[in-house]
Design a protein around this ligand. Structure first.
Ligand SMILES: Nc1ncnc2c1ncn2[C@@H]1O[C@H](COP(=O)(O)OP(=O)(O)O)[C@@H](O)[C@H]1O
Ligand SMILES: [Mg+2]
Length: 373
C-alpha cells in the first residue's frame, strides 16, 4: 500500500478515536487509538527514512497511552464543557516535573539567559516596567537538555507547567486544534492573572508549526491562532507571568513569522569535553565501577555523543553486568561485578554518536542568521 494511503488511514482511525473519546465512547475510542498506533508503527517500519518518523513514533506512543488510560478508567470521561476541563487538565502537569537546576549539567550560558528571561521577571516582575520576552525558543541537537532544562525552569520558579507535545496535538486536538490553542492560552492567562507563573512548553515545535505541519493534519489555522495568542501576550497580557517556551531540533523548519514571536532564542549545544566528563560522573555515581574506569578517557572517546547518549551508555553498562550476573548465577544471591573500562569501550564502539559535525554546522549557520543570543 502506498504511504499516502496508509497515512490517510491512520489519520482516519485517529479521528474516529478522538471523536469517540470526546463522546465518552470508550470502547470505540480504545479500538481506534490502538489501530492508529499500530498503523503508525507499521508506516515507520515500512518507511524508516520518513522525515516524520519521530513524530509518528511519538504519536503512536501517545495513542497507546491514551488507550491504556481509557482501559484503566472505569468511568467514562466527561462530555461537553466538562471535557474541556478534562482536556486542559490532562495537559497540565499537576505533578511537578521535579528536575532541579543542579541536575542539568553544563549549559551555563543557556541557564544564564533563562534566568534573565524568566526567573528574574517571575521573581520580581515590578523590576521590569518595560516588560520581558514572552517567547523563548530552545534549539539544538537532540538529547542535549532542551526538555530537561524547560522542566528545571518550571521547578525553579514553581510554575504551572503546561507540557504540550506534537503528539498531543495530533491525537487530541485533531479537528479542533485552533480552538484548543485558544483554550490553552485562556487557561494560562487565568492562572497567571492570579499571580501564579505559568509556562506553556511546546516540545518539537517544528512538527506542529513547521513546513510539515500541513502534512500532519492541514492545521494552518492552529498556527495562526497560536501567533495571535503570542501577539496578545505582548499587549494585553503584558503584566502576566506567562511564558511560552518552544523546543526544536530543527529550527530551520520554522518560518519567519514564527521565529519572530520567539524574541529570545537560545542554543543548547552538545556537551563539550568537560560536560561529557561531568555527565559520566553524574550517571555513574550510583554504579559500582572498577578502578580501571577512566572518566576523562570516556569523555574523550565520546565526542559527538549527546548528553542523553551518555546517560544511555551508563545505563547499558549497568544492564550489561546485571544481565551477565543473572545468566551466570541465576541472580538469587550475590552481586553483579563492577563495571569496567572494557565494558564502556564495547558499548561506546557499538553505538554511533547522534550528533555529526555537519549537524552542528547547520545549527551554527541558523544561529548566525537568526541572531540567537
Ligand atoms: N545537560 C544535561 N544534564 C544532565 N542530563 C541531561 C542533560 N541533557 C540531557 N540529559 C539527559 O538526557 C535526557 C534527554 O534529554 P532532553 O532534555 O529530552 O533532550 P532534548 O529535549 O534536547 O532532545 C534527559 O531526560 C536527561 O536525563
Ligand atoms: Mg526533547
Amino acid at each position: 500500500m502506498a504511504l499516502q494511503h496508509l497515512e490517510d488511514l491512520a489519520r482516519r482511525y485517529a479521528l474516529k478515536a478522538v471523536e469517540a473519546d470526546r463522546k465518552g465512547d470508550r470502547k470505540i475510542a480504545i479500538k481506534y487509538y490502538d489501530r492508529a498506533a499500530e498503523l503508525l508503527i507499521k508506516i515507520v517500519k515500512l518507511y524508516p527514512e520518513l522525515p516524520l518518523r519521530d513524530t509518528y513514533l511519538e504519536t503512536s506512543r501517545s495513542y497507546k497511552r491514551r488507550a491504556e488510560e481509557l482501559k484503566k478508567h472505569s468511568l467514562s470521561v466527561a462530555i461537553g464543557e466538562g471535557h474541556d476541563q478534562y482536556f486542559i487538565e490532562e495537559l497540565m502537569l499537576v505533578e511537578k516535573p521535579n528536575v532541579k537546576w543542579e541536575d542539568v549539567v553544563d549549559l551555563e550560558h543557556a541557564k544564564e539567559e533563562i534566568k534573565k528571561a524568566i526567573v528574574y521577571p517571575a521573581k520580581r516582575p515590578e523590576l521590569f516596567p518595560l516588560g520581558w520576552p514572552r517567547g523563548i525558543l530552545l534549539f539544538g541537537p537532540p538529547g542535549c537538555g532542551k526538555t530537561y532544562l524547560a522542566s528545571a525552569v518550571a521547578t525553579e520558579i514553581d510554575a504551572v507547567f503546561f507540557n504540550i507535545d506534537a503528539a498531543s496535538i495530533m491525537s487530541k486536538w485533531l479537528g479542533e486544534a485552533e480552538k484548543n490553542v485558544a483554550k490553552l492560552f485562556r487557561k494560562g492567562r487565568e492562572i497567571a492573572s492570579k499571580g501564579k507563573p505559568v509556562i506553556i512548553f511546546i516540545d518539537e515545535i517544528d512538527s506542529l508549526f513547521g513546513i510539515y505541519a500541513s502534512e500532519i493534519g492541514g492545521e494552518v489555522r492552529v498556527r495562526n491562532q497560536f501567533l495571535k495568542e503570542m501577539d496578545g501576550l505582548q499587549d494585553k497580557g503584558k503584566k502576566l507571568l506567562l511564558f511560552v517556551i518552544g523546543a526544536t531540533n530543527k529550527p530551520w523548519n520554522l518560518d519567519n513569522a514564527f521565529i519572530r514571536r520567539f524574541q529570545k532564542r537560545i542554543y543548547i549545544p552538545p556537551p563539550d569535553y568537560e560536560a561529557r566528563a561531568e555527565l559520566f560522573k553524574l550517571y555513574t555515581r550510583k554504579l559500582k565501577l572498577d578502578p580501571n574506569v577512566n572518566i576523562e578517557e570516556l569523555a574523550i572517546m565520546t565526542e559527538g555523543y549527546s548528553s542523553s547518549d551518555i546517560e544511555d551508555i551508563c545505563r547499558e553498562a549497568q544492564d550489561k553486568v546485571v544481565e551477565e550476573f543473572f545468566k551466570e548465577t541465576g541472580g538469587a544471591y550475590g552481586e553483579p561485578r563492577a563495571v569496567t573500562m572494557e565494558d564502556f569501550i564495547e558499548i561506546i564502539r557499538r553505538r554511533r554518536p547522534s550528533i555529526s559535525k555537519s549537524m552542528i554546522r547547520s545549527y551554527e549557520e541558523w544561529t548566525e542568521k537568526f541572531g540567537a543570543i
